[in-house]
Design a protein around this ligand. Structure first.
Ligand code: NAD
Length: 445
């Protein structure tokens, strides 16, 4: 089979590469010529574990190619995936669909000019509000009246940092389509997963679109719930880790996404929750839970800056903070809506100097947080700092030499917004330890 993937970002590049690994012939298209040039040279434009090796292997096997030219890429393709960005629209929080609609127009024009008389399924992989599939179909029909295509929705559930594994071994594949022919093309494309008994859910297009938003809003709600329970623990004296374990062992609740922290960020949850709220408002349906999640999460990021200031004795003016972790989560270089973007400018405005390190996020962070002092590794970051702040739980921050941390810091204070250490080990290392939703007194030196 042959496919084209439009948009070579986190989703398009991973999906295209994984489909080529399944044996499909894939052409990835992006309008960013510099990105395509880098990919052709075998350089990855993003950090994603295992991606580089898979791209190289499939390019070498002749199954994966990169281009800026959309029309030749989709000539004779069985399916064309739209995997362009759908960021929050400025002002109203709705998904900005301009990239999707532009891509649909370009695909339609190219389909109309095809030399071969084939059949193509145009698949929306981008996260798009309910009704977008219908609009994509309208655009296609307008510019390509030959009707030799169908539209489908195939939302993507991969997580940055484990994207390859998630694509290759998903919990489920959701496919929204109105025609049997489109469903059959999609079934063939996902054949390796079908054979490994991955649940395949065939739905109407509108339902598939909603499943993606409902999934993200639910996960964001779960995180926000445990974050609020963490706040309660701090007031009344519980340990949120134990509460999370205690409730998560209940099969109806589940243990995942019950880690208290500084508030969710990333390229999906914040924008998708806002877009879903917007959809509900337009439909005059109540979605107050998700509205509250958005508001609570935004307020939380700001409060985390206050928490750090409080831990530093009520002021950070003239002090130096060592910050480890800038990306919104580990194993990615993605800085979109990362809590660091809210927390660190507030601290800087309060008068402190920030020394920072992130294993993969520094290049991106420098564009967004240009005033930080970037260091080469975790320990250099701590030299002479008045406190260590752990913002992202990269593995390499999980096993710091605490005696060395104590020697490097000017003040023995560790503020861990990801709960990656135990209060008792910090107490042994004579480090004052502040974490999220757990007793902090234990760590007082
Ligand atoms: P991204 O910003 O990393 O990549 C989008 C790419 O599309 C860019 O390289 C851009 O140059 C390209 N592009 C835009 N318009 C184009 C056009 N007309 N022709 C060719 N290329 C074009 O975005 P992403 O993070 O990969 O997200 C893509 C979609 O997938 C979004 O809707 C997002 O919500 C969804 N999604 C993302 C994730 C994730 O973890 N990042 C997970 C699931 C779903």
């Amino acid at each position: 089979m042959r496919i084209a993937v439009i948009g070579t970002g986190y989703v398009g590049l991973v999906s295209g590469t994984c489909f080529s690994e399944f044996g499909v012939s894939v052409t990835c298209v992006d309008m960013d010529a510099a990105k395509i040039e880098r990919l052709r040279r075998g350089e990855m434009p993003i950090y994603e574990p295992r991606l580089e090796g898979l791209v190289a292997a499939n390019m070498a096997a002749g199954r994966l190619a990169f281009t800026t030219e959309l029309a030749p890429a989709i000539e004779g393709a069985d399916a064309v995936f739209i995997a362009v960005g759908t960021p929050s629209r400025r002002g109203d929080g709705h998904a900005d669909l301009s990239y999707v609609f532009t891509a649909a127009e370009e695909i339609g024009r190219a389909l109309a000019e095809q030399r071969t008389e084939g059949y193509t399924v145009v698949v929306t992989k981008s996260t798009v509000p309910v009704g977008t599939g219908r609009e994509v179909a309208d655009i296609l029909r307008r510019v390509c009246p030959n009707e030799r295509f169908d539209v489908a929705s195939n939302p993507e559930f991969l997580r940055e940092g484990s994207a390859i594994e998630d694509f290759m071994r998903p919990d489920r594949v959701v496919i929204g389509a109105h025609s049997d022919r489109a469903r059959e093309v999609m079934r063939q494309l996902y054949r390796p997963l079908y054979l490994s008994e991955t649940p395949m859910l065939f739905t109407e297009i509108e339902t598939a679109e909603l499943i993606k938003y409902a999934a993200n809003a639910f996960l964001a709600t779960k995180i926000t719930f445990i974050n609020e329970i963490a706040d309660l623990c701090e007031r009344v004296g519980g340990d949120v880790q134990d509460v999370a374990r205690g409730i998560g062992l209940d099969g109806r609740i589940g243990r995942k996404f019950l880690h208290a922290g500084p508030g969710f960020g990333g390229s999906c949850f914040p924008k998708d929750c806002k877009a879903l709220v917007r959809t509900a408002r337009e439909a005059e349906a109540s979605l107050s839970i998700v509205e509250t999640v958005v508001a609570v999460n935004e307020a939380r990021k700001a409060r985390m800056a206050d928490k750090i200031v409080d831990a530093c004795g009520g002021t950070v003016a003239g002090k130096t903070l060592a910050v480890l972790g800038l990306t919104f989560k580990p194993n990615t270089d993605d800085m979109r809506d990362a809590p660091s973007l809210e927390i660190l400018p507030r601290l800087a405005a309060a008068g402190c100097t920030i020394r920072a390190f992130d294993p993969e996020g520094v290049a991106e962070a420098k564009k967004l947080l240009p005033d930080l002092l970037y260091c080469r590794d975790a320990y250099e970051t701590m030299e002479g700092a008045d406190a260590l702040v752990l913002l992202t739980e990269w593995n390499e921050f999980r096993a710091l030499d605490l005696a060395r941390v104590g020697r490097l810091l000017a003040e023995p204070l560790v503020i861990d917004l990801r709960n990656i250490y135990q209060p008792a080990e910090m107490a042994t290392a004579r480090l004052r330890y502040i974490s999220v939703g757990r007793p902090s007194q234990l760590g007082r030196a």
